[in-house]
Write a new protein. Structure first.
Length: 95
């Protein structure tokens, strides 16, 4: 089972393969911003993938559209559109 590690807390959250980062983090009762109900339109759930970028699915069509409209840095993704298939370490600008 993959694990999402939240930096700087070093909290490890188990998640299912194919589960979104947003869903796994919320299911573990950790704070992660989102205002659109995971529809992929608000980009409030931005995360930075510190490790394990090779363990996430490529950006979805929805995420690619948002990335074209708003600037994203390298390894920055939308948690609601980031689906896991291995261990990752994430952070946000507000933790």
């Amino acid at each position: 089972m993959p694990t999402i590690t939240i930096h700087p807390f070093n909290t490890a959250i188990p998640c299912a393969i194919g589960e979104s980062v947003l869903h796994a983090v919320h299911a573990a009762r950790h704070p992660l911003a989102s205002s659109c109900g995971a529809d992929g339109v608000c980009d409030k759930c931005r995360i930075l993938i510190l490790d394990g970028m090779d363990h996430v699915a490529p950006p979805s069509k929805i995420e690619r559209r948002v990335m074209r409209e708003r600037p994203f840095s390298e390894n920055e993704r939308m948690a609601c559109q980031t689906f896991i298939d291995g261990d990752v370490t994430i952070t946000t600008t507000y933790w």
